[in-house]
Design a protein around this ligand. Sequence first.
Ligand SMILES: [Ca+2]
Ligand SMILES: [Ca+2]
Length: 241
Amino acid sequence: MNYVNINLMLFAKYILRYFILLLGIGVVGLSSCKPQKTGEGVFKLLPANETGLSFENRNVVSDSVNVLDYLYFYNGAGVATADFNNDGLPDLYFVSNQGSNKLYLNKGGMKFEDITDKAGVAGTGNWKTGVTVIDINGDGFKDIYVSVVSGYKTFKGKNQLYINNGNLTFTESAAKYGLDFAGLSTQASFLIMIRMVTWICSCLLHQFIAMIPMVTQLKGLNTAMMPAIIFSGMTMGTLQM
Ligand SMILES: [Ca+2]
Ligand SMILES: [Ca+2]
């Protein structure tokens, strides 16, 4: 066997190995490329008749309210998730531009119950735009703040604050808290908490010795003052601290 024949044999050997490797990759690739049905993948689509989540934000076009006259017609209205009854399961609150808002209680096992009517959180106003959840009165139960557009075209209404009564019913209290804003609201952000934390941290860093009396002072802060502080920064529906 001469030198040329040896090289040809080695070349054929490498080609065979390369072919077997490609064949293996092809087999693995084909086996992993089975066609997927609709709803399969990282997430699984659950139908409304299984979950009970049948909310739909259906906007009705009219001569006075449409996307040509109102650019934000199809912007949607928003959804919030929070544990409103403190049972460890996140509940869902959907906002409808023109229809009824919906509160769904999480029953576990991806099953939800529409408790909007008995909770009293359907919302008012004919163009609702957003929702923010915050425990505004610090009682351990999450409250709901709904933003509403008014004063433009046929839009009427005021922002609403639904205070959680702790038994899956709510009491609309926006006027009581000074948060019944009427205007071009889109979405509220309660940034006061961030500002307060920043302020506390700053104080702790720069005035470490005064830490104890300062915290004591904060604990004594009348929580009823907080909404007034928050609202003082609101301009055209946007909270600006
Ligand atoms: Ca819950
Ligand atoms: Ca609360």
